[in-house]
Design a protein around this ligand. Structure first.
Ligand code: WQD
Length: 344
């Protein structure tokens, strides 16, 4: 009997790529999204890649009744929760909107899962919970630092909400088991160029800003800071290919559904273990795509951490998952996606 995975926020950048990998791994997927932060481009792209109309429920998980009805009306074996606001800067300007949306939606998912026999919850967390780590690479045991934005705080709070729900339901008929996947920097697009990142307005993140500058939608890329204590003075990050990231979700869901978990709530870093600087990424983009990028150094951006990258050993060993794509392959896919968006 095929297992069904609910992907909340499944029309978004990460959710759409995870949906493709889940279906191709043999799972049935139900997508639920309120399209507050994306249009139907990626949903249509997922259907095109998979060659079928994917089941889709348009709904807002802040509506507790709607969340309950969704779980009551479908056999859901596991839920992957992406539905949340995720812009760091916007969360600083509108904290209450972020706390209400990100916390209420997750609580409603958990309440509905408990009430309707869905025992497996995978939460989309973020390396942002580590803040400015004292030691790199970070492992899952590295301490979480006080959040530097309401967005980051909602990630930490949702981790705690899941942990507490797992503890309080252990052994009961409402038992919830949880996996927290802490993503580092997801970048790139599906090799088909049918799905990818669709930032609204001016991109906050580096790679969409690079590709939009290269295609001519942005005048110039500003590299925020070249006076950091790193080899080339720019920040170091762990850029993980979106398809590699999506595959990690298949391994995690499989672990849950096959009863392979070793404790009620598990945490995994999902990264490559490979630190890359902003300048290295810009140079790699120009080289692999044969384009010249208009960029300049600019002052540091408030809130940026100097360096963070994953020690992915636990995910490699326990999930059997490992990032496989090179940063060059990822940047080529990101560029192909941007060109397709521009009709080129
Ligand atoms: C990466 C590097 C910037 C834009 C954020 C969130 C994190 C997660 C991923 C959601 C930094 C530099 C960027 C630009 C630049 N999001 N940069 N010029 O800040 O590491 O992480 O996105 O889960 O939670 O915090 O990613 O891509 O914004 O920045 O120089 O125009 O690129 O200074 O060093 P970040 P980013």
């Amino acid at each position: 009997m095929k297992k069904t995975v609910l992907v909340s926020g499944g029309a978004g950048f990460i959710g759409s790529h995870v949906t493709v990998e889940l279906v191709q791994a043999g799972y049935d997927v139900l997508i639920a999204d309120n399209f507050s932060n994306c249009d139907e481009t990626n949903y249509k792209g997922v259907c095109a890649i998979l060659g079928k109309e994917m089941p889709l429920v348009k709904m807002d998980f802040c509506d507790a009744a709607a969340a309950d009805a969704l779980f009551a009306g479908h056999k859901i074996d596991a839920v992957i929760h992406f539905a949340a606001f995720k812009a760091v800067g916007e969360s600083v300007e509108k904290p209450l909107m972020y706390y209400r949306n990100n916390l209420e939606s997750f609580i409603n998912v958990l309440e509905a899962a408990k009430a309707h026999g869905c025992h497996n919850v995978l939460f989309s967390s973020s390396a942002t919970v580590y803040g400015e780590p004292e030691k790199v690479p970070v492992t899952e045991e590295s301490p979480r630092q006080p959040a530097t934005s309401p967005y980051g705080n909602t990630k930490q709070m949702c981790e705690d909400i899941l942990n507490d729900t797992v503890r309080s339901t252990e052994g009961s008929k409402e038992e919830i088991r949880g996996i927290l996947l802490r993503y580092f920097n997801p970048i790139g697009a599906h090799p088909s160029a049918l799905i990818g990142e669709l930032p609204r307005g001016v991109p906050n993140n580096l790679v969409p800003f690079i590709t939009q500058t290269a295609i001519g939608r942005r005048e110039c890329l500003s590299i925020f800071g070249n006076d950091y204590p790193t080899a080339d003075g720019t920040c170091l990050r762990d850029y993980i290919d979106i398809v590699d990231l999506a595959k990690a979700h298949v391994y995690a869901v499989r672990r849950m559904l096959e009863g392979k978990m070793k404790k009620g709530c598990e945490v995994f870093n999902v990264g490559t273990g490979r630190p890359v600087s902003v300048l290295e990424l810009v140079n790699a983009f120009e080289k692999v795509n044969g384009v010249k990028l208009n960029w300049k150094f600019a002052p540091r951006r408030a809130g940026d951490v100097t360096a963070i990258w994953a020690d992915p050993t636990l995910a490699n060993n326990e999930l059997g998952w490992k990032a496989e794509r090179s940063v060059e392959q990822t940047l080529a896919a990101a560029w192909a996606w941007e060109k397709r968006l521009a009709g080129k």
